[in-house]
Design a protein around this ligand. Sequence first.
Ligand code: NAD
Ligand code: UD1
Length: 335
Amino acid sequence: MKILLTGGLGYIGSHTAVEVINSGNEAIIIDNLSNSKIEVLDKIEKITGRRPKFYQDDVCDISALKKLFAENPDIFAVIHFAGFKAVGESCKEPLKYYKNNLLSTLNLLEVMESYQCKNFIFSSSATVYAVSEIMPLEEDFPLGASNPYGRTKLFNEEILKDYQSAHPDFNVILLRYFNPIGAHESGLLGEDPNGIPNNLMPYICKVATGELDHLNIFGNDYKTKDGTGVRDYIHIMDLANGHIKALEKMTKENVGLKIYNLGTGTGYSVLDIVNTFNKVNGNLVKYEFTSRRPGDIAECYASPSKAEKELGFKTTKSLEDMCKSSYQYQKQNKK
Ligand code: NAD
Ligand code: UD1
């Protein structure tokens, strides 16, 4: 089956492309390289032995999408990763985020409709959940994003729900990712943010290679087991496999609209991450406690039960695997 991955050269898209190919499907990628590099295509080919058909185009350009579908009229499903994802930037430039993250979806739906392509998997996020005292988060918990990036995810979910209810034979799976970290075992693919990273694991990796001096831990006074923030970190290859499970479900049945958390169900604190990283990679990461980061919450972790029951999705990788592979990629790709 032909599967179109928008943003397929990015962090999550590239690892998923590998799994799409390894599961016997054909991957077609559209990416405008706004946050990725063309070399990733060679790396996907190196890992899988198959080079995905690639379109260096913008999903917001509807004529480019029409051309892509005209050349590949038999695409079975679209996995829509393309989008901007930096929370801080979205607060400063909300229109940039609304335009890219919403128009891309609207264009895809329009063109998919004219080609009778009826399967859509969307990269949503744990960020769509309203702040909750109750953990783990279940898919039917109240929603409410707290920044423009998060609202683009929430609005996308609403658009897709409305579209699906108007077109009952259209299948949508919303995958709410928790915190993906780690890298492909080859060390060829991984997360490679430009500039100083905002997220925890990329920052730790740059401290470990000596590119940054130390990690600032944002707060040690949360009501958590050690005072630092707790999150549900999921290995990128487990996350990628979640998309294959979603695709499999779409081949078997008319799914309508389904929502699944992709997380492990286990919360780890910042100190758990730093200590595990230092244990498996050598004592490389120094840290200091600083004040809380505005907008952060104490704890956030998934209930993975629904994805396990309905998709047969189960994570297999440990926190040690996540820390080892993240650092391996960083060392191999140090700039
Ligand atoms: P990424 O930035 O690494 O990948 C996104 C890719 O999309 C990039 O290659 C970029 O060049 C491309 N792109 C962006 N806008 C485009 C457009 N208009 N047309 C064509 N290509 C475009 O991000 P990622 O971490 O791989 O995230 C993928 C998706 O998952 C995003 O929608 C993100 O919001 C969502 N998500 C990510 C996380 C996370 O922690 N990484 C968590 C939850 C949800
Ligand atoms: C962040 C985004 C979220 C997005 C997710 C993608 C914010 C407020 N939230 O989530 O919308 O979906 O990334 O993965 O940006 N930490 C430090 N020091 C650092 C960096 C992080 O102590 O230098 C701590 C944070 O306070 C948090 C944990 O590490 O407790 C994880 O942070 P991060 O990797 O940025 O992810 P989230 O904040 O969960």
